[in-house]
Design a binder for this molecule. Structure first.
Ligand code: PEP
Ligand code: MN
Length: 341
C-alpha cells in the first residue's frame, strides 16, 4: 500500500503517523521527495482500511498494491486447491485442480419419489453430487418456500439410497445443527454478504459452496470467501451464477469472464451455475460447455424429472435425459481441458 502525504505536512507529524501505522503490523518506508512525501507500507496490509486512512488529515491519496484478501489470494498459495469429499458409497469425489466436479439435481426437494428418482438418474449419468434445496430463498413470501427440515430429511434419504453426496443451501445459522450429514453447505447469492453467516461457517468443518451475489463484484466475492477462510475453514468453492443486467432475455447475465478472473486471483475451485444464470433450460447445455471451456472446475445444474410440474425454477431445469446427454459432451470437453470428471 502506498500513501501519498499532503504537501507541506510537518515532518514530525508524518513520523508520528508512520509510527501509528507500524503499530498495525506493517513496515513503513518513508520517501521524501522535493515536493512529495510517500509512505510505502510493506507486509500484510489486509487489516488496514484504505478508506479510513483517507480520513486522516495528512493523507492525500492511498493506492492499494496488494489485494485486501490474503487467504483466498493465489499470490500466497500458487497451487490450485482442491477438495475431496467421501460419498456414502465409499467413493471419494474431488472438486478443483485436475478434477471437474458436477453437481446436479432439482432446485427444491419436493417429495421422496422426486428426489430419489433424480438422485439415481444424475448419479447414473455421472454427476458427483446431488443438489436440492430444502430451505429456499424466494422473492415472494407466497411462493413455495421449500419443505424445510422435512425436505432435508428426504435429501439425506436420497443421498443414502442413490449413494451420492449432497449439497444444499443454509439460510439461517440456527439450522446448522440439521446439516450434520450434508456434504457441502451452500451459501446462496442473496446471502453472499451475510457476514454473520460467513463467520459461523468459518468455524464449520464442512466444505462451503459460496455463490456470487447478483450485484457483487469479483473482489467482493473473494472478500466473502476470505471471511470463511479467516475463520479457519479452508474448504471454500466459489460459484458464478449470473449477475443483474438491463436485458430481461435471460434471468441474469452469465459472467463467464469471472471464471478466469477468479482463477487468476485465487487458488480456490470455481464452479458455474448455468441454470440460475440463464433461467432457460434450452440454454443450459451451451453455457455449461462454455463454462468448462473457460476453465471452470465444476458445474451446478438444475435437473428435474418433470420440469413442467416443478414447484420452483422448472423453466430452467433440464430433464435427466438432457443431463445425461450433456454429461457425454462434458466428458469430451474435460478430456480436452486435461480434467477428470
Ligand atoms: C439455488 O441454487 O438454489 C439458488 C437459490 O441459487 P442462487 O442463490 O444463486 O440464486
Ligand atoms: Mn433454483
Amino acid at each position: 500500500m502506498i500513501i501519498a502525504i499532503k504537501p507541506g505536512a510537518p515532518a514530525a507529524e508524518v513520523e508520528a503517523f508512520s509510527a501509528l501505522l507500524e503499530k498495525q503490523g506493517v513496515r513503513v518506508n518513508l520517501s521524501q521527495g522535493a515536493s512529495q512525501t510517500v509512505l510505502g507500507l510493506v507486509g500484510d496490509t489486509s487489516a488496514i482500511d484504505a478508506e479510513a486512512l483517507l480520513a486522516h488529515h495528512l493523507v492525500e491519496k492511498v493506492i492499494r498494491v496488494q489485494e485486501p484478501y490474503k487467504r483466498a489470494n493465489r499470490m500466497f498459495h500458487p497451487d490450485d486447491t482442491w477438495i475431496d469429499i467421501s460419498g456414502p458409497d465409499g467413493a471419494v469425489r474431488h472438486l478443483g485442480g485436475p478434477y471437474l466436479g458436477i453437481m446436479a439435481g432439482p432446485c427444491s426437494v419436493e417429495s421422496r419419489d422426486q428426489i430419489v428418482q433424480v438422485a439415481q438418474a444424475v448419479k447414473k449419468a455421472g454427476a458427483g453430487f446431488l443438489r436440492g434445496g430444502a430451505f429456499k430463498p424466494r422473492t415472494s413470501p407466497y411462493s413455495f418456500q421449500g419443505l424445510g427440515p422435512a425436505g432435508l430429511d428426504l435429501l439425506l434419504e436420497a443421498k443414502k439410497e442413490a449413494g451420492i453426496p449432497v449439497v444444499t443451501e443454509l439460510m439461517d445459522i440456527h439450522h446448522l445443527e440439521l446439516f450434520g450429514d450434508v456434504d457441502i453447505i451452500q451459501v446462496g447469492a442473496r446471502n453472499m454478504q451475510n457476514f454473520t453467516l460467513l463467520k459461523e461457517l468459518g468455524r464449520s468443518a464442512k466444505p462451503i459452496l459460496l455463490k456470487r451475489g447478483y450485484a457483487c463484484t469479483i473482489t467482493e466475492l473473494l472478500m466473502a470467501a476470505e471471511y470463511i477462510l479467516a475463520g479457519g475453514n479452508s474448504r471454500v468453492i466459489l460459484c458464478e451464477r449470473g449477475i443483474r443486467s438491463f436485458d430481461p432475455y435471460t434471468r441474469n447475465i452469465l459472467d463467464l469472464s469471472a471464471v478466469p478472473a477468479l482463477k487468476r486471483q485465487s487458488h480456490l475451485p470455481v464452479i458455474v451455475d448455468p441454470s440460475h444464470a440463464t433461467g432457460l433450460a434450452w440454454m443450459v447445455p451451451a453455457m455449461a460447455k462454455a463454462a468448462v471451456a473457460a476453465g471452470a472446475d465444476g458445474l451446478i445444474i438444475e435437473v428435474h424429472n418433470n420440469p413442467e410440474a416443478a414447484l420452483c425454477d422448472g423453466e430452467q431445469s433440464i430433464t435427466p435425459g438432457a443431463f445425461a446427454a450433456l454429461m457425454g459432451a462434458l466428458r469430451r470437453l474435460a478430456d480436452i481441458e486435461g480434467k477428470t470428471i
